[in-house]
Design a protein around this ligand. Sequence first.
Ligand SMILES: Cc1cc2nc3c(=O)[nH]c(=O)nc-3n(C[C@H](O)[C@H](O)[C@H](O)COP(=O)(O)OP(=O)(O)OC[C@H]3O[C@@H](n4cnc5c(N)ncnc54)[C@H](O)[C@@H]3O)c2cc1C
Length: 423
Amino acid sequence: MSAPTLTTAHTDLPTTGTDGTPRTTPTNPATTADPHPLHPTADFYGLFADLPEADREAWARARALADDALPAVNDAWEHADYRLDLVRRMGDLDLLTDGVPTPGSAPLSPLAAGLINMEVARIDGSLATVIAVQGGLTMRTLQLLGSAEQQAAWLVPLARAEKLGAFGLTEPLHGSDAVGLETSAVRDGDDWVLNGQKRWIGNGSVGDMTIIWARNEEGKVNGFIVSQDTPGYVAEAITGKVSLRGIPQALITLTDVRVPEAARLPGARSFRDVSRVLMATRAGIAWAALGHAIACYEAAVAHAEIRVQFGKPLASYQLIQDRLATMLGSLVTMQLHCRRIAELDAAGRLRPEQASMAKVQCTRLARTVAADARDLLGGSGILLENHVIRHLADLEALHTYEGTDSVQSLIVGRSITGIGAFA
Ligand SMILES: Cc1cc2nc3c(=O)[nH]c(=O)nc-3n(C[C@H](O)[C@H](O)[C@H](O)COP(=O)(O)OP(=O)(O)OC[C@H]3O[C@@H](n4cnc5c(N)ncnc54)[C@H](O)[C@@H]3O)c2cc1C
């Protein structure tokens, strides 16, 4: 798939806020035609200056999403509106695979997949979470653990967003200790009968299929492809959520859900197989955290240049400059983590604790960058129209999902000490 023509600048956003104050319109201030689309200072070490052409092309495809998405995402967030038209646009732009090899899709290096995660998160965390759920978790499960028939049936429609997939692991009583999951799978003739509950499942109430992780009668964890219209599958969107409001997560109740043996993933024999999928997706969360932080940093720089207090731009004050320098230092650290795990991944040498390290450090740093940017914008910082508060709120979910901050840190701790401290 070739890169789209990138010509449109983000000039369609209003230049003042609802209160008449200049808006910073900070996120993605450069044009989509810019061959190096970060804010001039945001790539301080030039880590993205000399990318291979194929990786740059993937980044440009992600950037093209901004033209449709940026004007829409704040409203979608405010009204908890899942913009399926934007998800389909992501399919058109071939942004959903997270690097899972798929017929008809562009092959992505780990760096290219990371850049897509980064750029889409820089636009919007809910849309980046679609990649994590659809490509990172669902398609990767099919790639690693599915049969040839299952892959042939699902990978292409999922990549194109013709179908939506979900990954049902977490349960009401088992989050960090998902290894203790209680959903049951009982063999009955040629079928399996599933009973249990799943919580926090992205696309679980609005998609076409959900991969349900369940324990068989021998106590082993198996995975099943369950069509969401199967009798006994009841899903309701979780409400009252103030992070990632642009994508719903579901509470799913499974009551005597019957699926054929052909729906069982042949490669999923124990929880270790689930862990292989989760490890592979954690790198993407590190990249997404970087994208959120870049958006917030760019907002802060733009606001500091525009906003005049005590007769001078904020940018002229020492405290402001120190704060911007600290934010930039955090960006550089995150960029180094991300580039290095992409290199390790490409070489087939990425270890689980390294993916955990990158996930923890990047989400922690992104949270501090977003909080600093929120403060630097003053009252404007809590207005959706200036984008920062959405990123700050969305980062709360990244802090927790795909392995919490604490548990991922304890995985690193276990690799240091040889002692498991969380189980
Ligand atoms: C927005 C969102 C989307 C999600 N999407 C999906 C999805 O698509 N599919 C899916 O299956 N799941 C999904 N999840 C679930 C997610 O993976 C879990 O929320 C996560 O694993 C944490 O589980 P929990 O929320 O139950 O928290 P808990 O496990 O109850 O943790 C609560 C706190 O205790 C800490 N803690 C837990 N155990 C220990 C320990 N041993 N030592 C020290 N501290 C500990 C945690 O770090 C955390 O701070 C999603 C979650 C969110 C919020």
